[in-house]
Design a protein around this ligand. Structure first.
Ligand SMILES: Cc1cc2nc3c(=O)[nH]c(=O)nc-3n(C[C@H](O)[C@H](O)[C@H](O)COP(=O)(O)OP(=O)(O)OC[C@H]3O[C@@H](n4cnc5c(N)ncnc54)[C@H](O)[C@@H]3O)c2cc1C
Length: 461
């Protein structure tokens, strides 16, 4: 339990200005972007250097204080909501330095609180490319991205965060530094602890330094918007593009409900009468880009696309992606509560999944806008509701379960990129097995015997 003496110790470590205990301040750290019950922490500590971070973790460890690390708090699974009123939140926005960008060996070392887009821009300024680009990249942190194994709009061609984490330094519950991986492109030394830590959602250790792989940027890019007046044809085009062995950098889907919300929010000139849009970007060698763009266009036209709008320059291209990135914010304006899911299916099943979302919306009499990384099989059905309407909320919960069941029946997964957190931990056994959960709990118990690291997340308990 947090005592006045312990509060003082936190102040001694990070400075009184970086410790928050007033209810008005603490309230801000009681929620994140997921729809879960808010819990106000006992104290928020904001270390600004690595040594202070380690000492804060050790202090929690010694005193059995549950701790939740918070980057930008944009996760969509309740990962940064404390599970107890005794909880300590460790804020990483003071640990925001890019420690090294190594141009010769194409890697970077960063602190966990570095904002994703700022890091990508710094890499770009050195002629390098960091592909993972969650829709939240303007605010999300690299620590949060690693802890959630975040994806993004370019995941189809370039993969997700785990594909770029070369190594980590993290604190265990005693505040000891554990080092994983290497700055080399290959590393087979010891267990693959990096693999264990990526996606661990703050439940196994606290990241202090992250080594990230960088790659050369693509020489050329072409973005286009394909307009469809039948939703099912748009989804068939997604499967057909992949089946034709074309891997665009980005292949995003937007249904009419989302198009209208985005257009009224961002005024990007999207056709509001379209049943669905595919937002596509191909990149690489200029000759290949031209060839892929032609083939993508042919496939879309064969599947009855009524229009293909190719971005003429970077400004038009940026407008398309800014509109897509605003989808969540645009939908959030429509109703008090927004539940965004990320169940993912094998890509060939996208047409079925799109149809299933419509059927679920009808069955449970709910407004569901669907958009997302269709090329990855990762749609974001987004339920608009008002949690205060308890009768409707019961239907929302049933719809969420129906979405998961549908995805699992197609050989899919509960989460393509948003993690398990609190929101999905009760569904974990549906996808895995009791043995998987017990095995995971045994790992957690061995590494965190007092269960202080983000307790209650991922595997419950
Ligand atoms: C508008 C919007 C768009 C989004 N688009 C995408 C998308 O395209 N793809 C995608 O994958 N996600 C997306 N997300 C979800 C979210 O942005 C990602 O999960 C992101 O990785 C969270 O980063 P964060 O800094 O906000 O982390 P937080 O939400 O602060 O934390 C996330 C998890 O990481 C843990 N954590 C944070 N820092 C550390 C650390 N130093 N050590 C250990 N654990 C740590 C936390 O405890 C928590 O469990 C979106 C969210 C929003 C609101």
């Amino acid at each position: 339990m947090l005592t006045p003496a312990l509060t003082q110790e936190f102040k001694n470590i990070v400075g009184a200005d970086n410790v928050f205990t007033d209810d008005a301040d603490l309230m801000t750290y009681s929620y994140d972007a997921a729809v879960v019950k808010p819990v106000i922490p006992a104290l928020v500590a904001r270390p600004t250097d690595s040594e202070a971070l380690g000492r804060v973790v050790a202090l929690c460890g010694e005193n059995g204080l549950p701790l939740t690390v918070r980057g930008a708090g944009t996760n969509l699974s309740g990962g940064t909501v404390p599970t107890s009123r005794e909880g300590i939140v460790i804020l990483t926005n003071g640990l925001n330095r890019i420690l090294e960008i190594n141009e010769a060996d194409m890697y970077a070392v960063v602190q966990p609180g570095v904002v994703t887009a700022k890091f990508a821009a710094a890499a770009e300024a050195k002629g390098l490319f960091y592909p993972p680009d969650p829709g939240s990249q303007a605010v999300s942190t690299l620590g949060g991205n690693v802890a959630e194994n975040a994806g993004g709009l370019r995941g189809l061609k370039y993969g997700v965060t785990s594909n770029y984490v070369m190594g980590l330094k993290f604190f265990d519950t005693k505040g000891e530094i554990v080092k994983t991986g290497s700055k080399t492109v290959k590393c087979a030394t010891g267990y693959n602890l990096t693999g264990l830590m990526v996606g661990s959602e703050g439940t196994l250790g606290v990241f202090d330094e992250i080594t990230l792989k960088l790659i050369p940027p693509p020489a050329h890019r072409k973005a286009m918007v394909a307009v469809f007046d039948e939703m099912i044809k748009a989804s068939e085009a997604v499967a057909a593009i992949i089946a034709a062995r074309i891997i665009p950098c980005t292949l995003e889907f937007m249904d009419n409900f989302t198009i209208r919300a985005v257009e009224s929010y961002s005024h990007a000139g999207l056709p509001t009468d379209a049943a669905a849009l595919l937002l596509i970007e191909v990149d690489g060698h200029p000759a290949m880009v031209e060839e892929d763009a032609v083939r993508v266009e042919e496939i879309c036209r064969r599947l009855n696309a009524t229009d293909i709008r190719v971005a003429r320059d970077d400004a038009e291209r940026d407008k398309v992606w800014a509109a897509r990135r605003s989808a969540l914010s645009a939908l959030a304006k429509l109703k008090p509560t927004l539940v965004l899911e990320d169940a993912t299916v094998p890509r060939s099943r996208i047409p079925e999944m799109v149809q299933a979302m419509q059927d679920i919306a009808k069955k449970f009499r709910l407004e569901i806008g669907t958009f997302g990384h269709a090329g990855d099989g990762n749609l974001h059905p987004t339920i608009l509701t008002d949690k205060r309407n308890t009768e409707e909320w019961t239907r929302v919960e049933a719809a969420i379960e129906a979405i998961f069941d549908k995805a699992l029946a197609m050989g899919g997964t509960l989460s393509g990129e948003h993690g398990t957190g609190i929101a999905k931990s009760c569904f974990l056994e549906k996808e895995t097995s009791l043995a998987t959960i017990l095995y995971s709990r045994a790992v957690k118990a061995a590494l965190d015997p007092k269960n202080i690291l983000n307790p209650g997340k991922v595997i419950g308990g």
